[in-house]
Design a protein around this ligand. Structure first.
Ligand code: C2E
Ligand code: MG
Ligand code: MG
Ligand code: MG
Length: 278
């Protein structure tokens, strides 16, 4: 079927596709067993509160060190976990682990104000999600006020009524809700103001060149002002330079998160980091 000269190209394409399919299959098989094999871990990125000058929040970020495949980035395995539904059990593991860690740190006298946990839309929309959150809180005895769930704008574009019911039941538990990567999605502002959201996290793409780029600087300033007017907290993600930090401080951004301050750290290192600050 291939034309003269095109034969090789077809073959190359086909080999490539086979490789991709095999990689996917192997990732999927290993991901199914990642929990029982103890291959998952949470890293924690400290978040600086500008007003208090303290790192009092952390974001839990999932890491997968597969015995067979090595370290796989969340950017690769989270979408796969979502497509296959494995995200339901992984998400539950993440939530429980983060709550257990927060309780342990509080018992050691670390003054944690929020443990942020990323929640996939598949997990959020799964029946009984708020009941699961309630039971993990009861089981771990974490003060609900300290748990903050990070949702993406793409989660909030589904049926408004249905989303509102889930958000309200989560809000009723006393936990906090944040919108992650804010500004990159399509959530409408008229919807947002009806939702019980406590925090906007400004996406790192806007933070990246605020010092030079007038356009991104204006967007960041607008998001901070919007958060203020809706009585929400606002966090900037992906802060890598002192110039970005100074700009955000100057514009009264509440919290800062980024490699400049700390990378996501394994639990033992995060614990030392939080204890040693003064
Ligand atoms: P995210 O929730 O927006 O997390 C922030 C990402 O930015 C993290 O990447 C973090 O390591 C990275 N980051 C932090 N500071 C900086 C910085 O200064 N510069 C740059 N370039 N990057 C920075 P990570 O850990 O690779 O996670 C990527 C994404 O995977 C997360 O984005 C989140 O959407 C998803 N993810 C991670 N853990 C979980 C999880 O437990 N559940 C779910 N559903 N998704 C997760
Ligand atoms: Mg996040
Ligand atoms: Mg983000
Ligand atoms: Mg992200």
């Amino acid at each position: 079927h291939a034309k003269r000269g095109g034969g090789n190209r077809y073959q190359y394409f086909s080999t490539n596709m086979t490789e991709l399919a095999l990689r996917r299959l192997s990732l999927e098989n290993n991901l199914h067993r990642a929990i029982e094999r103890n291959e998952l871990a949470l890293h924690y990125q400290p978040i600086l509160n500008i007003k208090t000058g303290k790192f009092s929040g952390v974001e839990a970020l999932l890491r997968w060190n597969s015995e067979e495949l090595g370290c796989i980035s969340p950017a690769e395995f989270i979408p796969l976990a979502e497509e296959t539904g494995i995200i339901i059990s992984i998400g539950e593991w993440v939530l429980r682990q983060a709550c257990i860690q927060a309780v342990s740190w509080l018992k050691q006298g670390i003054s944690l104000t929020h443990m942020a946990v990323n929640v996939s839309s598949i997990q959020f929309l799964n029946k009984g999600f708020s009941t699961l959150v309630a039971s993990i809180l009861a089981e771990t005895q974490l003060n609900p006020q300290l748990l903050e769930l990070e949702l993406t704008e793409s989660t909030l574009i589904f049926d408004e009524g249905a989303i509102l019911i889930i958000l309200q039941s989560l809000n009723a538990l006393g936990i906090k809700l944040a919108i992650d990567d804010f500004g990159t999605g399509y959530s409408s502002l008229s919807r947002l103001k009806n939702f019980p959201i406590n925090r906007l996290k400004i996406d790192q793409s806007f933070v990246r060149d605020i010092e030079e780029g007038a356009e991104n600087a204006a967007i960041v300033v607008a998001i901070i002002a919007m958060a203020e007017s809706m009585k929400m907290n606002v966090t900037a993600e992906g802060v890598e330079t002192a110039a970005q930090l100074n700009f955000l401080k100057d514009k009264r951004c509440h919290e800062i998160q980024g490699y400049l301050l700390s990378r996501p750290l394994p639990a033992t290192k995060a614990e030392i980091f939080l204890k040693n600050q003064s």
